[in-house]
Ligand binder design. Structure first.
Ligand code: DAH
Length: 342
């Protein structure tokens, strides 16, 4: 068979094979088979040595033309294959956006967060700003500036987690009072929600981690009546109309005078029931007038300014509000429990 026939045959083969190739890989295999180093056309080129010298130029010409032609054929098919692959990919990736899907399970806000958010709403509505402080706190802020010096008995009452001699996990949100007074000038009106820590054994009413919200107002002529009015508004907003406060004398190192604050029992509206043990009142928070010594230590002149402060335990509010009988339920992360607060 002459060179021309061989090449014609090769072209025919290529044509047939090309029509069957439908992937880049198959196309590449075909290219190697014909045009590659050990390919069939390349073999022809190698075989030229056996031809008589006068036939070689014409043969060489034929082979080169064929190579160009074959390359063009391969490239043309390559474009077609690329289009086919693209069309197939698009087909495979088609999404039916109208197809119904099973609903995703919805999470729910934690009851402590629900209460916290509601209280933030309530206080920001009265012109308070929300500020936060560090959970790992200096002894200086947690105790010293709150008028609880070393060896003060109040330090024992608050079973503190010490990181070292000077650093504690804050035992209350009160240190944010000091941080706020040191960093801004009156008028100050802030609430400070956050996590606090005490070395308590977990039981139905205790947890080593819980939440408080601190409130602080410092301005000229702030009085205990302002504290009362603020907390009455808070009581009605959180527990409903007719709920009010009762102040009982108390003691905190950072307030003078200090008060324990009870709210009308929301379960019986003050008539007396099991929840309030017949008293009609529920103890909810502590507060008082900021101790002048605290103002002074925090760079505020107590002869010009006065302030009130309060601290509220959020778990206690959440438990009363939602009738949760055991504090531990709030921390066990049981979805059957948490899912009820949707
Ligand atoms: N820090 C107190 C506690 O953890 C709560 C408290 C009481 C905060 C009176 C206050 C306050 O700001 O005036 O028990």
């Amino acid at each position: 068979m002459g060179m021309r026939e061989t090449i014609d045959q090769l072209r025919e083969t290529l044509e047939q094979e090309l029509n069957k190739t439908d992937s880049k890989q198959a196309l590449e295999n075909l290219r190697v088979r014909i045009l590659g180093k050990k390919g069939e056309l390349t073999a022809l080129l190698r075989g030229m040595g056996t031809l008589p010298p006068e036939e070689r130029p014409a043969a060489g010409q034929l082979i080169n033309t064929a190579r160009e032609k074959f390359t063009a054929m391969l490239e043309a098919r390559q474009d077609a294959v690329r289009m086919m692959e693209r069309a197939a990919a698009l087909q495979a990736e088609t999404i039916d956006v109208t197809e119904p899907v099973p609903p995703l399970p919805l999470g729910s806000a934690h009851p402590v967060n629900l209460v916290m958010n509601e209280m933030i709403d309530c206080f920001t509505g009265m012109g308070f700003e929300v500020v936060e402080g560090p959970e790992v706190e200096l002894d200086h802020f947690n105790f010293e500036l709150m008028n609880i010096p070393k060896n003060h008995p109040a330090r024992d009452a608050q079973d503190t987690f010490y990181v070292d001699d000077n650093i504690v996990l804050r035992t209350h949100t009160s240190p944010i009072q000091a941080r706020t007074m040191l960093s801004r000038k009156p008028p100050i009106r802030v609430v400070c929600p956050g996590r606090v820590f005490r070395a308590d054994e977990a039981d139905a009413t205790h947890s080593p981690v819980f939440h408080q919200m601190e409130g602080l107002v410092v301005d000229k002529d702030v009085t205990m009546a302002d504290l009362r009015g603020t907390l009455n508004a808070f009581a009605e907003r959180i527990y409903g109309k007719g709920i009010t406060t009762r102040f009982r004398p108390s003691f905190f190192p950072f307030t003078e005078p200090s008060t324990e604050v009870d709210l009308t029992c929301a379960a019986c509206h003050g008539k007396g029931c099991r929840v309030c043990k017949g008293t009609g009142w529920i103890e909810v928070l502590g507060g008082g007038m900021v101790n002048p010594h605290v103002l002074e230590m925090c760079g505020i002149d107590p002869t010009v300014y006065s302030g009130f402060a309060f601290g509220i335990g959020l778990e206690r509010i959440a438990m009363q509000r939602y009738g949760i009988p055991d504090l531990r339920l709030l921390y066990e992360g049981d979805v059957r429990f948490l899912g009820q607060f949707r």
